[in-house]
Every structure is written in C-alpha cells, then in structure tokens.
Design a protein around this ligand. Structure first.
Ligand code: SAH
Ligand code: SF4
Length: 346
C-alpha cells in the first residue's frame, strides 16, 4: 500500500510546514503550491524551477495522484466526452460542450452516485468513492485542453453536473471550486460555475454560507412530494418544503437566482396541473426553469414527453411570466448527455 501523503491535500500553510520538516525553505513550498494550482502541473518532473534533487526528494516523500485521459469520444455536434482514469484505476467521465460563445465543462464529483434516481444512468452505478478536490480540478484542466483544441478558446463555464451528488462530497467540491476560482489557482469567475444538486437541504444551506458567488441548480423533475418521491428517493428525507426554504436562504445570502432543472416525462409530470404546480414553486424564489429533454437510459421505463405537450407546458409557464428555457441535449450519440454518464466503455 502506498502511504506517501498526497501532495495536493495540503493547504499552502500546511505545505510550508511539510517543507520545513524536510529542511526546505518557505519559498520552495510556495513555488510547489503555484505549480500545483496555478500552473496545473501533473507530476513533479514538470516543476522545472526546482532542482532535480528536490524533485526526486519530493517524489520520494509525496504521492501525486493526477487524473489521466483514458478515452476521448467526439460527438458530431462537437461535444467531447472524456473517460478519465484515477490513480486507483477507477474511472470517471467529464464532458466539454462547445456552443457559439461558450465552452462548458461538465465535471463529476463522485465515482458513481449513492442516490438512485430512477431515470439516471449514473444512479445505477454503485458509489465507489468521493473524488478529491485535485481530481475534480484535473477534469477541468483536461477538458480545458479540449476546449482550446476545438475552438481556440478556454473554458468559459463549469457545471458540476457529471457523475455523483456534489453536496454529498461537500468539502472536496468546495475546495475544488476554490482552486478553480482563486487568483492562486485557475482564476475563473465564480459566477461561471454552477453546482447542481438533487436537493440536499443541509448542503444547500452550507453553500449559502460560503460567501461565494457561484450558481445553484436544483434537479427538481417533479413539482410535488408525492411525485418526486417516486423518482427521487432523496426527497423522502429532504422534502420539497425544506428544499424550497434552503433555496430561499441561498438566494438571500448570494443574490443568485436558482435554476430549476425539470425533465419532462411523458404522462408523469407534463400536464397543465404539473405546470401550474411548478409555477407555484418558481413563484416562491427568484429563479429560472430549464426544461430538459429526457435521454433514454436502458432499463428505465419513463419516456420523454411528447413535443406538443412540452410546448403547451412551456407556453403555460411563459404566460405566467416564468423565465423558462428548453435545453437542447448535447452529445447524445456518444452517451455524453445528462444522465447518460455511466462508464460504458470500460
Ligand atoms: N447529482 C446532481 C448532479 C448531477 S447533474 C444532480 O442530480 O443534480 C445531472 C443532471 O442530469 C441532473 O439534473 C439530473 O437530474 C439530470 N439527468 C439525470 N438523468 C437524466 C436523463 N436520463 N435525461 C436527462 N437528464 C438527466
Ligand atoms: Fe445521482 Fe444526480 Fe443521477 Fe440522482 S440524478 S442518481 S443524484 S447523479
């Protein structure tokens, strides 16, 4: 077993203390910290302003668990899905979605997911472990390379909408956001980041208290407890009233509107009554609604709503002045669309 501590687990202060133990000066620790988070080094060898001896010493003392690219799939619409390997040979997926003026990275927060929403391919996998902050950060770095390759431009947005429930890996997700947004890290704007949750009340409240400016999306998918319980087990312990309170608290603290994600399922949540119920929820907190097309997942008997029902549903909401968008599905031909991430190619 490898017992060398992970170099990327140390804060900058802890790094200085570690370096002191090795009789290395403070500025060396700072240089290494900069290599890790600002220059996105993937191993000690890349740290070229350190002596060869020091690089060897560091690799003897510490592990460096960088994520590597395993499989690259490109969709006809330009979407790139990356299968990535972790140091323990586990696999996760991330997606780069190019658009006219944006390049969005969709990153995973866990290997698999503990929750088993009935419509989601990731939910069928067992949760194997949480990702480390460095492993989430690496996905951004690797996807950024593809963004540049594709369009000559960097990533503009990051969504925590890959595999896993970010708020059940709270500390590492927050730490990754700090490395991605800090001037000592990748220096991306907080407002370009969206964390999506199935509705973990405690986690939403904690996020609100972080004093940061990123966005929050709720995977709502059904407008009443009764219906939501049927497709999202998490709703049993985190009922809608409590989730709505937490969302309001998030809005009060951050001033950021909430995004409600709503997959339209045929004859399950696509009636006018459902639309009205959704309107009632959106009226309780400043928000947007994203209507998501259901992507087929093998073994799931829910179906996507009929086009005319979708249009009537959306029209109803628009008439009530709800801010609603229909989200186009991307990367379907390579199973890179929402809910389709399930490590099929291992
Ligand atoms: N666990 C978090 C983050 C994953 S985000 C969450 O659930 O919010 C993945 C998004 O894709 C969520 O909005 C999820 O509800 C949605 N999704 C899952 N399965 C889907 C499917 N088959 N078709 C379309 N969207 C799906
Ligand atoms: Fe997990 Fe989100 Fe999929 Fe539900 S929708 S199983 S919470 S990844």
């Amino acid at each position: 077993m490898n017992l060398k501590p992970d170099i990327r687990k140390f804060s900058s202060e802890e790094m200085i203390a570690e370096f002191e133990k090795l009789s290395e000066p403070k500025f060396r620790a700072k240089q290494v910290h900069e290599w890790l988070w600002k220059k996105s080094a993937r191993n000690f060898e890349e740290m070229t302003n350190l002596s060869k001896d020091l690089r060897t010493k560091l690799s003897e003392q510490f592990s460096f668990y960088s994520v590597t690219e395993n499989i690259v799939q490109k969709s006809s619409d330009g979407t790139v899905k990356l299968g990535m390997k972790l140091h323990d040979d586990r696999l996760v997926e991330g997606v780069m979605i190019p658009d006219d003026e944006r390049n969005t990275a969709c990153v995973s927060s866990q290997v698999g997911c503990t929750l088993s929403c009935t419509f989601c391919a990731t939910g069928f996998l067992k949760r194997e472990r949480n990702l480390e902050a460095g492993e989430i950060y690496d996905q951004v770095v690797l996807l950024n390379k593809h963004a540049i390759e594709h369009s000559g431009k960097q990533l503009t947005n990051i969504v925590y909408m890959g595999m896993g429930e970010p708020l059940l890996n709270y500390d590492n997700v927050m730490q990754s956001i700090r490395y991605i947004t800090s001037p000592d890290g990748l220096n991306m704007a907080q407002k370009r980041i969206t964390v999506s949750t199935s509705g973990i009340v405690r986690g939403i409240k904690r996020l609100a208290d972080e004093g940061m400016k990123f966005n929050l999306a709720l995977s709502l998918h059904a407008p009443t407890n009764e219906k939501r319980n049927k497709i999202m087990d998490i709703n049993q312990s985190n009922p809608l009233e409590e989730v709505m309170d937490a969302l309001n608290y998030f809005y009060e603290k951050t001033g950021n509107k909430i995004t409600f994600e709503y997959i339209l399922f045929d004859k399950f949540n696509d009636s006018i009554e459902d639309a009205d119920r959704l309107y009632y929820l959106t009226d309780q907190v400043p928000s947007f609604v994203n209507i998501i097309e259901f992507n087929n997942v093998t073994g799931v008997d829910l179906r996507k709503a009929k086009r005319e029902n979708r249009d009537t549903f959306v029209e109803y909401l628009r008439n009530k002045e709800v801010n609603v968008a229909i989200r186009r599905s991307r990367g379907k031909d390579i199973d890179a669309a929402c809910g389709q991430l399930a490590n099929k190619n291992d």
